[in-house]
Design a protein around this ligand. Structure first.
Ligand SMILES: *Cc1c(COP(=O)(O)O)cnc(C)c1O
Length: 364
């Protein structure tokens, strides 16, 4: 018998990430509100840029993604040298974990935090540790209480997925101030572009203030390029240098770079997506409240509906699916009585809300 090839400890403890469904057997017309994708598709300028780039797809991309980084730096007023791009921000989250945590180390995240954090921690051989949340919000004190001398990284999604809640600038600053200086704070700001609150900050100034805080962002959400896998982050120079050593040399494709540049420059499209989202978040939460369903005041591009009973959430999900509407069950996030609904087009949202009214009417 040949010897068994065994992966490193931790690897087989990983439950593979399961994305939102996009098909229902036997249903032709699907309304997919399950993966926080852009309701309008990519920016028309991005589609044009991809068409143009297609004819140079035989060439390797610019490994440094310089033009893309310049477009990001210009849009957000950042230092181009400290931006690193990735194949989705997920890649950057993983590379940060592999670079700064390993066996014996702890990686801290919040109770209903994004599932990529424990996956990356286990893949790196480190131990994921969850800190409790309070009322489905990140609890800074609980996070700080969970820090030990083994803690190497703290991940916080701000705003968080799937809760949609956020930490204010003051709370985020207090978190950084309360953490030991040798603990890396990763602010995953995948939904930053959707937040319309004046006490919110994506975290740029915390990155600039020291050597131990990073911020990751993505083209998958507001910029609506999830299928291309393009993300970026803003880092202290030492950490940008580490990521540039460990990342694959051509981690962002020719098409991804071209579409990323065009959508970063299409500010009118960004504004349209932002306004559509803000108005539908408000309408959706109000309509659910009218039906007696609670929500967390979401600042992302999705609403978290709380049914109270697990069985009601399950029945609502089944009722929606039978009518071709796919939302997201979030039991794997410790929220079995909730459903997460991504904001779609106006027609899709009207159809979702009509179906929810029918469901609640039918269950009275
Ligand atoms: C969607 C999402 C991301 C972004 O993932 P990409 O790899 O950039 O597509 C990161 N963090 C959170 C919390 C998300 O919900």
């Amino acid at each position: 018998m040949s010897p068994q090839i065994i992966p490193r400890p931790g690897i087989l403890d990983i439950s593979p990430y399961v994305g939102g469904d996009s098909k229902i057997a036997g249903v032709d017309r699907i309304i997919k509100l399950a993966s926080n994708e852009g309701p309008f598709g990519p920016s028309p300028l991005a589609i044009e840029a991809m068409k143009t780039a297609a004819s140079s797809a035989h060439r390797y991309p610019d490994g440094g993604a310089l033009a893309l980084r310049e477009a990001i730096a210009k849009r957000f007023g950042l230092d181009v040298e400290r931006i690193v791009c990735g194949a989705g921000s997920d890649q950057l989250l993983s590379l940060l974990t592999y670079s700064y945590a390993g066996p014996g180390d702890e990686v801290l995240y919040t109770e209903h935090g994004f599932l990529i954090y424990p996956i990356a921690a286990k893949a790196a051989g480190a131990t994921p540790v969850k800190a409790p949340e309070t009322n489905l919000r990140t609890d800074v004190d609980a996070l700080l209480d969970a820090v030990t001398d083994k803690t190497r990284i703290v991940f916080i999604a701000n705003p968080n997925n799937p809760t949609g809640t956020y930490l204010s600038h003051a709370e985020l600053t207090a978190l950084r101030a309360g953490l030991p200086d040798d603990v890396l704070l990763v602010i995953d700001a995948a939904y930053a572009e959707f937040v319309g609150r004046n006490d919110y900050t994506p975290g740029t100034e915390l990155v600039d203030a020291g050597q131990n805080t990073v911020m990751t962002r993505t083209f998958s959400k507001l910029f609506a390029l999830g299928g291309l896998r393009v993300g970026w982050g803003y880092f202290p120079s030492e950490i940008a240098d580490v990521l540039n050593r460990v990342r694959e040399p051509f981690n962002v494709s020719v098409m991804g770079q071209a579409a990323g540049i065009a959508s970063m420059q299409d500010v009118a499209f960004q504004q349209k997506c932002f306004e559509h989202n803000l108005s539908w978040i408000a309408k959706t939460e109000a309509a659910l409240h009218d039906l007696g369903i609670e929500t967390t005041a979401s600042v992302g591009n999705f609403v978290l509906a709380r049914f109270g009973e697990v069985s009601t959430a399950e029945r609502a999900d089944a009722f929606l699916r039978e009518r071709g509407i796919i939302v997201r069950r979030v039991a794997s996030y410790g929220l079995p009585d909730c459903l997460r609904i991504s904001m779609g087009t106006a027609d899709e949202m009207e159809a979702f809300l009509a179906t929810m009214r029918a469901f609640m009417g039918a269950s009275q």
